[in-house]
Design a protein around this ligand. Structure first.
Ligand code: HPA
Ligand code: ZN
Length: 349
């Protein structure tokens, strides 16, 4: 990408304001991971559900994770307060208000229907609540929004096929499918048939790979699932040939810095490999993953990353924002309009 600006004139002191204000897309947010403890308690009370934590503070204090699984256990427990269409709407609406404040112009939301259908919540309740929030976000907040249905990889492929069948009557409410939950021991190829079916149906396809799992999982996500983006993908750096391929094919990676530190993928933010990913020519983006659990929304991720890593400056800010807009599944016309907004933002900086 040839970059149209003299980035050097933007001093480090002016970077935080620019990071906040620049238009950006969020491509890796699990909407159930945006459930703040306050809303968990409100919904539990509204729905008459008993929680195993006495207070909001006690719940928040439990958010100390040693790896992905230790997080997932508490994340699935938190999602158990969601029962009605209004619950799903309220959760997504809270996220959209924060996203709009962070200058997110496009959000592609992951949701985990199996977490809800296995508790007896009907698929259409989940989808209608989330979809209504997406439509209202577009209308009232100017945030373009879409849904990506994730299959839980710790469950079987037959269960994923059953979930797909339940979702198909609502095909117009989501744009694609993804793959999340416990990565180790559940390689992408376990879901070859269901992803092939989704591709035949014209859906966008993405998958988590290379967060905790090895680089081989990124390869099989590309080769077997034929994903259009890789979620996380940071462990690609362990395989030079894979890095070359990802760069040559311009496969976007949806990187989640605060998540990576909270789940101990990196010991601290100053060890995060985002600068190396960009230096290798990879199409990296910055995202929040599960912001209520990992300490911040998308702008908090940008600010924490740039504060800890002096290699990141205005040029990288522009590249990351532009990557996110171009890697989104919006139309070419929408993307061009947002890139023009981004250019105007940097020209005025
Ligand atoms: N990784 C895998 N599954 C998930 C995550 C994650 O970071 N967040 C919610 N489900
Ligand atoms: Zn994720």
């Amino acid at each position: 990408m040839s970059l149209p600006f003299d980035f050097d004139r933007i001093t480090p002191a002016r970077l935080p304001a620019l990071l906040r204000a620049m238009p950006k897309a969020e491509l890796h947010i699990h909407i159930e991971g945006s459930l703040e403890p306050e809303l968990i308690f409100q919904l539990a009370q509204r729905n008459g559900i008993a929680l195993s934590y006495p207070s909001v503070e006690a719940l928040r204090a439990a958010y100390a994770f040693s790896d992905l699984q230790s997080f997932l256990d508490i994340y699935y427990a938190g999602a158990s307060v969601l029962l009605t269409e209004q619950d799903f709407f309220d959760m997504a609406w809270d996220y959209f208000e924060k996203a709009a404040a962070d200058h997110v112009v496009r959000a592609e939301l992951f949701f985990d229907p199996q977490t809800h259908t296995e508790r007896g919540v009907p698929m259409d309740v989940v989808l209608r609540g989330l979809h209504r929030a997406c439509q209202q976000a577009e209308r009232e907040l100017g945030v373009s929004a879409a849904l990506i249905l994730c299959f839980l990889r710790h469950l079987s492929e037959d269960e994923a096929l059953g979930t797909l069948a339940q979702a198909l009557p609502h095909r117009d409410m989501f744009i694609g499918v993804g793959l999340d939950s416990s990565e180790r021991g559940h390689p992408p190829e376990k879901f070859a048939r269901v992803f092939a079916r989704c591709r035949e149906l014209g859906m966008h396809v993405v998958a988590h790979a290379g967060e905790e799992g090895p680089p081989g999982y990124i390869r099989s996500a590309l080769d077997v699932l034929q994903v259009e983006r890789v979620d996380h993908g940071v462990r690609s750096l362990e395989d030079a040939a894979l890095v070359q391929r990802l760069a040559a094919e311009r496969v976007p990676l949806t990187v989640c810095p605060l998540s990576n530190v909270k789940l101990c993928v990196y010991p601290s933010m100053d060890q995060h490999q985002l600068p190396a990913l960009l230096a290798a020519g990879l199409v990296a983006t910055v995202n929040s993953d599960d912001p209520a659990y990992f300490g911040g929304y998308i702008n908090a991720n940008f600010l924490a990353t740039f504060a800890a890593l002096p290699q990141l400056g205005a040029r990288e800010a522009y590249t990351l924002a532009r990557n996110s807009l171009e890697a989104s599944f919006a139309t070419t016309t929408q993307k061009a309009a947002w890139v023009a907004q981004l250019d105007a933002c940097f020209a005025a900086a």
